[in-house]
Design a protein around this ligand. Structure first.
Ligand SMILES: N[C@@H](CCC[C@H](N)C(=O)O)C(=O)O
Length: 297
């Protein structure tokens, strides 16, 4: 262990067990390349996480400076392999919890800049520990409401729905979540042209009326215990399958979405906005040794 030349604080948090390394870097000074992120997210040699949330002032980040007058903070999200993703729903709740924990979010409402645009978080009455509701924007269905792609795992394949929640998803309704197997590698999705930048894949079963459960294989992170954008994509795909379309029906629709790490409540409003409510916890705080950030050698 080397001598700390630079003290870099970190926190660890999760939302329905989708876990994140949180790096406060308010002025965007850290050189956080893909290799450094992968080292930090490594569960044996690093802190461990499904992804990383860098907390940067919007004004200090070129990808967020245009939103600086609407949101003080930019959620710079990275997957565990170091790749950049547009959006992270569980991460957004954890990001909001961090800002509250750090005394940087005072009211009940908070705007956050993300690569997918401006997003809003709302704290419960118990703002320090209660569930957090995040407005996730509108779902886009690039292939229409019908299944437009195919997901394959081994010998099994399913028709799947393309849903964009700022980031890409392929949603397959299956008979049994075990059919997806151990999910140690990414499911095959065809045609590959449907997802030029890769995709997250959700496997979904019904649990009851407007109640589903999922497993997810995340682009850049592997199978995780939860995916917020994935749960929202699943909710919209299930709603359309079940004949609900709030814009056409003139009333919102809500689903309960169970994930391996917990439960999320998701609503699609008449204007198409999808909101997701779920837990977000900070579980640890510490200081990084500089070797984790800088490559050895
Ligand atoms: N776990 C996240 C999604 C993170 C990004 C995803 N792996 C991607 O590459 O698009 C969530 O809670 O939404």
């Amino acid at each position: 262990m080397g001598t700390a030349q630079q003290s870099v604080p970190f926190l660890k948090g999760h939302g329905t067990e989708n876990d994140f390394v949180i790096i406060p870097d308010f002025d965007g000074r850290l050189a956080l390349d893909a290799a450094a992120v992968a080292r930090l997210c490594d569960r044996r040699a690093g802190i461990g996480g499904d992804g990383l949330l860098r907390v940067v002032r919007s004004a200090a980040h070129p990808e967020a400076v245009a939103l600086a007058d609407q949101a003080e903070w930019f959620m710079d999200y990275r997957n565990a392999d170091g790749s950049v993703a547009e959006m992270c729903g569980n991460g957004l709740r954890v990001f909001a919890r961090y800002l509250r924990h750090a005394g940087l979010a005072k009211g009940r409402e908070l705007a956050v800049a993300t690569r997918a645009g401006l997003r809003r978080a709302r704290f419960a009455e118990d703002a320090d520990a209660g569930p957090i509701t995040v407005a996730m924007g509108r779902a886009r269905l690039p292939g229409g409401a019908a299944a437009s792609v195919t997901v394959r795992v081994g010998e099994l394949s399913w028709p799947a729905h393309q849903v964009d929640m700022g980031n890409p998803h392929a949603v397959a309704f299956v008979d049994d979540l075990a059919q997806a197997g151990p999910l140690l590698t990414a499911p095959e999705v065809r045609p590959t042209t449907a997802y030029p930048h890769g995709t997250n894949v959700e496997f979904v079963v019904d649990r009851g009326a407007r109640h589903v459960a999922l497993r997810v294989h995340e682009r850049g992170s592997g199978e995780t215990r939860s995916c917020g954008t994935g749960a929202c994509a699943v909710m919209v795909a299930a709603a359309r399958r079940d004949g609900h379309d709030p814009a056409a029906d003139g009333r919102p629709v809500s689903y309960t979405v169970d994930v391996p790490g917990g439960r999320l409540e998701i609503t699609e409003a008449v204007d198409g906005t999808v909101t997701m409510t779920g837990p977000a916890l900070i579980v640890a705080e510490g200081v990084l040794v500089p070797e984790l950030l800088a490559a050895a050698g």
